[in-house]
Ligand binder design. Structure first.
Ligand code: ZN
Length: 677
């Protein structure tokens, strides 16, 4: 069970970043040209604050969402490209980081070789899978594929025991359904049926690309769908996965083997190269793993052959010839996200280097682009936010003094990470050779798996970074009670060294407050200051907390994001609480910081107004309908529009700043507003 919380969805998060302060701004930081003042603030604050930004940044064919995060992407990718191409154009010493970075990039860029090779890089392995005769061969094949980064029926990893956070533990997690969410296999609304039918076409297409006849490909597609649908039926949905206790089933390895008999677990563990003895483990979700064991023992081997082959082709497709790349994009890019055009090859190549050698690229990046002064200012901001959250905790009239005391202890023990890690990952064991792009991808996956499995039997490394420094994102990790702000997010429009406090508290300040509040959202509050899943709340306090946040869940569940499609207030509850807390805490910190020297009104905007405008502009974005639909199903974050128009009407100070009255459409009566943190 991993419960790390980001400020934007990790899978969609910008993976590249750029230099702090690349945009020179005035002291107020806010670009007035972004505003659409023909719309009243109380009517639609999102349009008022950044409507003109949306008009002047229309979606291009390449994007399904284009917003502040993607703008940073574009800038930063160019900077990373320069760094990487600087190495790729030279002869580098074999085995050096420069050689590895340069060679991965060149392999990804070499379309002639990729198109000549076609399916060749995976041919032999496909034949090995096809040669399986007996179910006893399935487990060794699962681990053989996993050792190349090809996942299948479920996932396994080493991570802190949720109830004993200093100790690393082997954990099993549901998986094996390539559409990600179970509803795609089970729901029968027209949008879902359309996605499912296109997914089937995609599976058929991949099999025909590796040489199957139409009839064979269709048969294999049916086998894949049978297995994935069976696993989907037993899988937890995204809301169930948010409940830490419901996803915790620690057991002795010996008992586990009895309970999940019919699968050679010893062969599985050995196949992964794990040498440390496993005494106990956590099976995050029992039912889907049981279902996998049942499927392996009851379905003919031929169906498992089809399923494993599909997982291999699907995983490799983006590293093969253009026909595979395009087939993959036609489904995941066009159908699922509404994108119209594949990104240029150089962008995909930069992402590949970033994925395989993330911290090596990150080290070059921070040396060139991350100023030490940015870190100093961030550390100070974090301190001020910590003080403000302490004051907010004290001000909660529903919480008992004993719970407040422990909450403030937890707040005081936050482990804060800013910019980049003190020690970098060592890639000396990762060989980058000139055989094929896919083969290098496999070796990089194996390197990452070994890095993870090698942690078994060792104490949890609390200094490890779960994001690369060039990532435009931030996170809270409940099991280490840490908040982390990579260098990538410490730039405009989140952070601006030249701008005043109204801007920086409204933008990066709310991000800091957001991550801190995750320690006290509906999930994070269940972990103590040491990162252990343990109830530390006095009797009655949890019930009162739940009553209060139910207002939030109900409010968001009523928001219509597309005609006929409502947001999921339960799925987005933790993130919405974090936005609410982030706004409240950062606003208080802003007031504290400027109380002796209040800021002046500038360009007709009060400092309080500028705080909220800076916040809204972080979420400026255009999003395609397909992407809205997909995120509503799987993303625990609300859409940018609702992180503004849904969150602000619960903040009292916003009403004062813009003189919002009961006549305004966004108005919520004080007694109906969320009152927590
Ligand atoms: Zn978050």
């Amino acid at each position: 069970m991993k419960t790390i919380k980001y400020v934007v969805a990790a899978t969609f998060a910008a993976m590249l970043a750029g230099c702090a302060g690349q945009k020179q701004t005035n002291t107020i930081g806010i670009d007035l040209a972004n505003m659409d003042t023909t719309v009243a603030a109380g009517q639609d604050f999102y349009e008022y604050a950044c409507g003109n930004w949306m008009k002047s940044h229309p979606l291009t064919a390449e994007y399904s969402r284009y917003g502040s995060f993607e703008v940073l992407d574009e800038n930063n990718r160019k900077q990373l490209r320069e760094l990487i191409e600087g190495l790729a154009s030279k002869q580098n010493e074999p085995g050096s980081l420069a050689q590895k970075i340069g060679d991965v990039y060149n392999l990804a860029m070499d379309s002639v070789t990729l198109n000549q090779q076609g399916a060749e890089p995976i041919k032999e392995e496909l034949q090995q899978i096809a040669a399986m005769k007996d179910k006893s061969e399935i487990v060794p094949m699962i681990t053989q594929l996993l050792n190349q980064g090809v996942g299948s029926y479920f996932s396994s990893f080493v991570y802190a025991d949720p109830k004993n956070s200093d100790v690393n533990m082997f954990q099993l997690n549901q998986g094996g359904i390539n559409l990600g969410e179970k509803e795609y296999y089970l729901d029968n609304d027209s949008a879902t049926i359309n996605i499912r039918e296109n997914y089937k076409k995609y599976i058929v297409k991949l099999f025909t690309l590796v040489g199957c006849s139409d009839a064979e490909a269709t048969q294999k597609m049916n086998d894949v769908m049978e297995i994935e649908t069976a696993i989907a039926k037993e899988s937890f949905d995204a809301v169930q996965q948010r409940d830490p206790e419901a996803n915790y089933h620690k057991m002795a390895y010996a008992d586990f083997k009895k309970q999940f008999a019919g699968f050679d677990w010893d062969a599985y563990v050995k196949g992964l190269g794990i040498k440390t003895e496993i005494a106990d483990l956590n099976v995050s979700q029992l039912e889907p793993i049981k279902e996998v064991v049942r499927l392996i023992n009851t379905l003919p081997v031929s169906k498992h052959i089809a399923y494993l082959q599909f997982n291999l082709i699907d995983a490799a497709a983006s590293c093969l010839s253009d026909d595979f790349v395009n087939a993959r994009f036609d489904f995941y890019g066009k159908v699922l996200s509404g994108r119209q055009e594949l990104s240029p090859r150089w962008k995909r190549a930069v992402s590949a280097v970033n994925g395989m050698l993330g911290e090596a690229v990150g080290q070059m990046y921070v040396e060139k682009y991350f100023p030490a002064a940015a870190k100093e200012r961030m550390v100070k901001l974090v301190k001020n936010l910590q003080t403000a959250l302490g004051e907010r905790i004290d001000a909660q009239d529903w919480m008992s003094d004993s719970t407040k005391l422990v909450a403030k202890e937890k707040l005081a023990t936050f482990h804060v990470k800013v910019g980049y890690p003190d020690t970098w990952k060592d890639y000396s064991n990762l060989d980058i050779k000139k055989d094929s792009y896919w083969a290098n991808n496999c070796r990089a996956s194996k390197w990452a798996l070994d890095d993870n499995y090698s942690r078994l039997g060792k104490p949890v490394d609390k200094e490890e970074w779960l994001m690369t420094p060039q990532t435009v994102n931030a996170y809270y990790n409940p099991s280490t009670n840490e908040i982390c702000f990579p260098a990538g997010i410490l730039q405009y429009p989140f952070f601006d060294m030249n701008a005043d406090d109204a801007f920086n508290y409204g933008a990066i300040g709310v991000v800091i407050g957001h991550e801190m509040t995750h320690g006290f959202d509906d999930q994070g509050r269940q972990f103590d200051k040491n990162g252990n899943l343990r109830d530390w709340w006095a009797p009655g306090d949890a019930e009162r907390f739940n009553e209060r946040v139910k207002v939030m869940a109900d409010f968001f569940s009523n928001i219509e994001v597309l005609p006929g499609l409502k947001a999921n207030g339960q799925l987005t509850l933790g993130e919405n609480i974090a936005d609410h807390g982030g706004l409240s805490v950062s606003y208080l910190a802003f007031k504290n910081a400027t109380k002796d020297a209040p800021l002046a009104t500038e360009s007709g905007l009060t400092p309080e107004q500028r705080f909220f405008l800076a916040y809204a502009n972080v979420w400026a974005a255009n999003v395609r309908d397909e992407e809205i639909r997909s995120r509503t199903k799987s993303d625990p974050h609300s859409l940018g529009r609702w992180r503004v128009n849904g969150a602000l009407p619960h903040i009292d100070a916003w009403y004062e700043a813009f003189n919002i009255t009961p006549n305004d459409p966004l108005y919520i009566a004080p007694e109906n507003r969320v009152k927590v943190w």
